[in-house]
Design a protein around this ligand. Structure first.
Ligand code: SF4
Length: 438
């Protein structure tokens, strides 16, 4: 406990109460967690962070509103996987919430340990992705009630399928699985469009509501505008001080999936552009961050959170469907629009597509280096890591492959990770940034 701040000790105690009561009083644990989440939500609205840009604070607020809102009314929510399109749910007035967001809330409350133990106690292997172990622990311990339905897709991983299938049986609710063909083609998109039409029918039934197709088209048109604005924000990030943190980057990434299609999300993408254009120059190391981040590791965070040493200029989870050349999606056919986005997601198909996306992000933001975070249990990222590293290094960017866990703090070797990260940043700084990839 020595060296911990008062705030950290308080959250530690708060998470300890969850752990102590988890097995015997799941309803109390639910209320206890909601109390903390609502307090955090109020805090970010009433006292925004002075060191963040307006878009950073608005991204934080939008994230708290959408996730706390969904958890507070969980019986009307749909639990999705991160890349499952949500426009159908927004059109039906059902709140989507994703496994990564729920698990991040639990780990933000320092309560992940109890949920992970609960999941492992039910036979979930410790090698399974921690996001999913936390979600399973929260569900099977009775802390999370029963949502309306579950919706997942095969991009980016198998864990989605296994977890969602199991939870569908456990809760006795509908589960729709979008099987996205590996082949990135128009035929694949048409196939997924049909799957999405089926998903819409299941969602209509689960929500006892008729889908208004013109509303769905409006929402998809908003998604398209948001995606344009977000892509246009890439060059505005070049050499500018973005005043962000690992937490803010993750939250904005989740906003741009959970709330895509809603006006607040479109406003956020435009505001990012405006903020970055007006931001002062940045002299530190600009990074492209690949995959999720261990936002709770303080010593690692100090190097990159509103820091003069380094910053995250872009992350591949936020920009996983960048347009290719002039091609763009046609939102007038909502099902094909959502399907094209999913099929063209850089996490679909061979790992070279993900490497190409990261390279493009590095080029467009004029980044100095790339960090690839290998999250515990994520076989997809672990399997692609060396290929991505080779491609990016071949194109002139230094790459650090950092192993850790983005939601289980007990599974991170903080000291060792920070030493490696710090040495990497020093090396990038010394060797002269932007060498070899102009
Ligand atoms: S971290 Fe990897 S294994 Fe876990 S949900 Fe994401 S893609 Fe799947």
């Amino acid at each position: 406990m020595a060296g911990q701040s008062a705030g950290d000790r308080l959250v530690n105690w708060y998470g300890g109460v969850v752990e102590k009561n988890l097995l015997t009083r799941p309803d109390f644990v639910h209320s206890w967690l909601m109390l903390g989440f609502q307090a955090m939500r109020a805090k970010v609205h009433l006292a925004p962070y002075s060191d963040l840009l307006p878009s950073g604070n608005h991204g934080y607020q939008l994230f708290m509103d959408s996730v706390v809102g969904a958890l507070a009314d969980f019986g009307n929510a749909v639990v999705t996987s991160i890349f499952t399109p949500n426009e159908i749910f927004h059109a039906l007035g059902v709140r989507p919430v994703t496994a990564e967001a729920v698990a991040s809330f639990a780990s933000g409350a320092q309560a992940e340990g109890g949920f992970i133990s609960a999941a492992e106690g039910r036979g979930i292997p410790e090698t399974y992705c921690s996001y999913h172990r936390i979600l399973m622990g929260m569900a099977t311990s009775g802390v999370l009630g029963r949502p309306r339905m579950l919706a997942s897709c095969s991009v980016a991983c198998d864990a989605n399928n296994l977890t969602f299938k199991t939870l569908g049986r456990f809760w006795g609710i509908p589960h729709v699985y979008l099987d996205v063909p590996y082949d990135v083609s128009r035929d694949s998109a048409l196939y997924v469009a049909d799957e999405l039409r089926e998903m819409a029918k299941v969602a209509e039934e689960a929500s006892s509501c008729k889908l208004d197709e013109s509303r769905l088209r409006e929402i998809c048109a908003c998604s398209e505008r948001t995606m344009h604005a977000l892509a246009a924000s890439l060059p505005t990030r070049r050499g500018r001080y973005l005043a962000n943190t690992m937490t803010i980057d993750m939250m904005e990434m989740l906003d741009l999936h959970l709330s895509l299609g809603l006006p607040k999300c479109e406003e956020l993408a435009h505001e990012m552009q405006q903020d970055f254009l007006a931001a002062p120059p940045y002299e530190g190391v600009n990074l492209v961050w690949a995959h999720v981040s261990p936002y709770f590791l303080e010593s690692l965070g100090r190097l990159v959170n509103t820091s003069k040493t380094a910053q995250i200029a872009a992350s591949d989870m936020m920009f996983e469907y960048l347009p290719e050349g002039d091609a763009w999606f046609d939102a007038t056919n909502p099902y094909e629009f959502m399907a094209e986005r999913l099929v063209r997601n850089c996490f679909n198909g061979p790992a070279t597509r993900r490497a190409d996306c990261i390279e493009r992000l590095a080029r467009e933001t004029d980044a100095d280096a790339v960090v690839l975070f290998c999250h515990w249990g994520c076989k997809q990222t672990a399997g692609a890591a060396q290929l991505i590293r080779r491609q990016l290094e071949g194109a002139g960017w230094p790459v650090l492959v950092l192993d850790g866990d983005a939601c289980d703090r007990a599974n991170c070797m903080e000291g060792q990770m920070t030493t490696r990260f710090s040495a990497f940043l020093e090396m990038v700084d010394k060797r002269g940034r932007k060498a070899g990839h102009e």
